[in-house]
Design a protein around this ligand. Structure first.
Ligand code: LMR
Length: 331
């Protein structure tokens, strides 16, 4: 009698446990970001979700929150560290609180073009930076491109003197602050979601961003001139916490690693397309004149802004700056 009782109990428990295992809730990855969906990052995030749902159905679920709907750029890092979100793709300009070396990417006129940025990011030095915040529980999974930054204002900016006295909205970055001071302007850090408002109300007079962000935030409605300066880059680091990533079942983590590689390729392809397309859209909107610089004019900006490098050389590391500069040549 007792034997039957125990057998029933063990059987019942086993069925219960099996049921629990089979009905286990999927791992949820909340991916929060601050830009529109029709941007390189927006599309990269959606591709990540699509591939995860195709390849890990029922095991991992991805929720994408665009446009600062869940967290703005002032809160997303904290949210990540608290486990409220599991992945963000944060602008490389916004890491100085966590690592000084990533400030490298903000140095004005460091990279000639996105191909050079890409070569550096894929180099051993670039890949090492992805792991520069491990002690703070932040792990870099990949770099995602947005593109080269352009200057904008309500007055034409052809030479550095034209920027004198203006206040430019910047991402929270000491390098960018110095970059604008170097041309006699002021800089005002501001979160991304309020840039349009800041420009509209005159709290700031100008800004810098990629064509894709400029057009998607409708900044053309509040900026009469864009100067095609290509003076710096706006790229992202796709990050998660080391605790979350290392705690994933190994088979899921390897599949996610593959998916990260594929979504990165997609975001980067989109970056090229969006920046060309959105440049054209700015022109078509007829709200904003795009000023192209002569080589002499561009050199004048470079001469004024480049001294900023020396101010950050110690924090960033002279060798790292050299390695990044070397990526401008192909061999
Ligand atoms: C900005 O604040 O201008 C950008 O970092 C926004 C973004 O994520 O592209």
């Amino acid at each position: 009698m007792l034997n039957v009782f125990w057998k029933t109990l063990v059987f019942g428990l086993a069925v219960g446990l099996l049921g629990t295992a089979m009905a286990a809730d999927p791992i949820v990855i909340k991916f929060s970001h601050v830009v529109a969906e029709q941007t390189p990052k927006g599309q990269g995030a959606l591709m990540f979700k699509k591939l995860v749902e195709e390849r890990l159905p029922g095991r991992v679920k991805v929720e994408v929150y665009p446009n600062s709907t869940l967290y703005g750029d002032d809160k997303e890092m904290e949210a990540l560290l608290l486990g409220e979100v599991q992945i963000i793709a944060r602008s490389l300009a916004k890491f100085e609180q966590y690592t000084k070396s990533v400030q490298l990417f903000d140095l004005p006129f460091l990279f000639d073009d996105i191909a050079a940025v890409d070569r550096f990011q894929q180099s051993p030095e670039g890949q090492k930076l992805l792991k520069s915040m491990e002690k703070k529980n932040v792990t870099g999974l990949a770099y995602w491109h947005n593109g080269m930054k352009q200057l904008s204002a309500n007055r034409p900016l052809r030479v550095p003197e034209d920027a004198r006295g203006l206040t430019f909205r910047i991402q929270t970055s000491a390098v960018l602050d110095e970059q604008f001071k170097a041309v006699g302007a002021k800089a005002q850090p501001m979160i991304f979601s309020v840039v349009y408002q800041g420009l509209r109300t005159g709290l700031v007079n100008g800004t810098e961003n990629t064509y894709s962000n400029f057009y998607n935030q409708k900044l053309n409605e509040v900026q009469k001139y864009v100067t095609e300066s290509n003076h710096g880059i706006l790229d992202y680091m796709l990050i998660t916490t080391s605790d979350f990533w290392n705690g994933l079942p190994p088979d899921i983590r390897s599949e996610l690693d593959r998916i990260v590689v594929e979504s990165t390729a997609h975001a980067n392809k989109e970056a090229e397309r969006f920046n060309q397309q959105d440049r054209q859209r700015v022109l078509d909107a007829k709200t904003t004149e795009i000023i192209t610089l002569t080589p002499q004019e561009r050199s004048a900006w470079r001469d004024r802004m480049k001294p900023v490098w020396t101010k950050f050389e110690k924090e960033i590391g002279a060798d790292l700056i050299k390695a990044a500069e070397a990526s401008n040549t192909t061999q």
